[in-house]
Design a protein around this ligand. Structure first.
Ligand SMILES: [Zn+2]
Length: 86
């Protein structure tokens, strides 16, 4: 059985074997921590002017293109948000 490292806390864990989306977090609390800190990060970037609401609304979203929709995946804009992600 394979193990992986939690994206948030770096703890090594064994992902569930029941299928579905690839598990990147060892527990729900780590996913929620990422959501909360990501939101705070965006709020600061908006307040600082490093990010605009327009940037967010026009940003590519990985959830918009399903992996089995090759045309949508091809159309997806993969540019990083300015000043947010490398
Ligand atoms: Zn974790």
């Amino acid at each position: 059985m394979s193990v992986t490292k939690c994206l948030w806390c770096s703890r090594v864990f064994t992902p569930r074997g029941s299928g579905g989306k690839r598990q990147r977090f060892c527990r729900p609390a780590c996913l929620h921590a990422l959501d909360a800190d990501g939101l705070r990060y965006i709020e600061v970037a908006l307040a600082d002017g490093a990010l605009t609401v327009s940037d967010l609304r026009n940003a590519p979203s990985a959830t918009r293109a399903r992996s089995d929709d090759r045309d949508a995946a091809t159309r997806a804009d993969t540019r990083p948000l300015p000043g947010i992600w490398p």
